[in-house]
Design a protein around this ligand. Structure first.
Ligand SMILES: Nc1ncnc2c1ncn2[C@@H]1O[C@H](COP(=O)(O)OP(=O)(O)OP(=O)(O)O)[C@@H](O)[C@H]1O
Ligand SMILES: [Mg+2]
Length: 301
């Protein structure tokens, strides 16, 4: 299927900037809310190929006694940036960690309803190993976490695990990934130095290079800029926009400005539920649900 971007998908920067600082004043009716609840929230993805399909997902950390995520239905399109926003504790990290089965590491966790399909494959089916899945669905964490190894060895780590031994192939993978993470020029003369000697922003880009070195399909980013200064943040944001050409990106962020600057779609969560999902432009300029409007305008959360 050819990918065609719906015309309304590109956020206009000025409209969004205005909306972020000044909430829209439109009335939101119960009828609009009911309409949204009835339809699978994918109408705005018209023409885009789905990469991740989340279907009626409920998730519990305590063997099903309480659900942290409640009946989430959400399609994430390929080669787009999808932002998850919502107040602290609403389940953004939990959901993102469901996508590469990181929550499996919590023994008492359970999917209590629904399923997740990535590239048309149910990620919980017996034939899917979590390790293989995590090669396809990479993750970049809030606190950059390079290994205490050289810059080169950090990036070569994944390819080596995949069985690449030949030096020329490893060199190529390292250079390509560091270029892809917009870090090559800054580190090309000190590849053998410890990764821990890099600045925070460089360490985060190194972690992104390490992630893309194994060529995943999806990159999950949980508040990747929250420990970075504005200059490093700008670099990572620029990088995310470039990576979108090759990867499907899901980013959790507390910064409304960041979501509006870099994402194509935005999903707003509250108390474990998906409240609203639409183009970023729609969410920030004309949200259909009052809770979304209150959140993006800073009235709660
Ligand atoms: N490993 C865990 N075991 C049990 N409960 C957990 C675990 N991780 C998170 N929770 C709970 O699940 C709920 C959702 O947490 P989650 O970390 O997904 O929220 P979040 O939206 O990412 O918040 P924040 O914006 O603060 O990062 C919270 O009530 C949290 O206490
Ligand atoms: Mg979180």
């Amino acid at each position: 299927m050819t990918q065609k971007k719906p015309q309304n998908i590109e956020p206009t920067a000025s409209a969004i900037d205005q909306a972020v600082s000044q909430p829209p004043s439109s009335e939101h009716t119960e009828q609009a809310k009911a309409q949204l609840a009835q339809t699978r929230p994918t109408n705005h993805l018209n023409g885009l190929k789905t990469m991740v399909e989340i279907d009626d997902l409920s998730f519990s950390y305590d063997m099903g006694k309480t659900n942290t995520l409640q009946n989430i239905t959400l399609d994430i399109p390929e080669k787009q940036v999808t932002a998850f926003i919502g107040p602290s504790g609403c389940g953004k990290s939990t959901l993102i960690r469901c996508l590469n089965r990181m929550n499996d590491l919590v023994e008492t966790s359970r999917i209590t309803s629904g399923q997740i399909r990535i590239m048309d494959q149910n990620i919980h089916s017996k034939s899917v190993s979590p390790i293989e899945l995590r090669k396809q669905v990479g993750m970049v964490f809030q606190k950059y976490n390079p290994f205490p190894k050289s810059i080169y060895d950090n990036v070569a780590y994944g390819p080596r695990i995949q069985g690449i031994k030949k030096k020329s192939l490893l060199d190529e993978a390292v250079e390509k990934s560091l270029r892809g993470a917009a870090l090559w020029d800054e580190v090309k003369d000190r590849l053998k130095d410890s990764a821990l000697g890099l600045s925070g922003g460089q360490q985060q880009r190194l972690c992104i290079a390490r992630t893309i070195a194994v060529r995943p399909k999806v990159i999950l980013m949980d508040e990747p800029c929250s420990a970075l200064d504005p200059i490093a943040t700008a670099k990572v944001e620029e990088l995310i926009l470039e990576l979108r050409q090759d990867f499907t990106i899901v980013i959790v962020t507390h910064s409304m400005q960041q979501a509006s600057r870099i994402s194509d779609q935005t999903a707003f969560f509250y108390l474990g539920e998906l409240i609203e999902y639409n183009t970023t432009e729609h969410i920030f300029t004309n949200p259909s649900i009052k809770q979304t409007e209150d959140y993006i305008s800073g009235r709660f959360g």
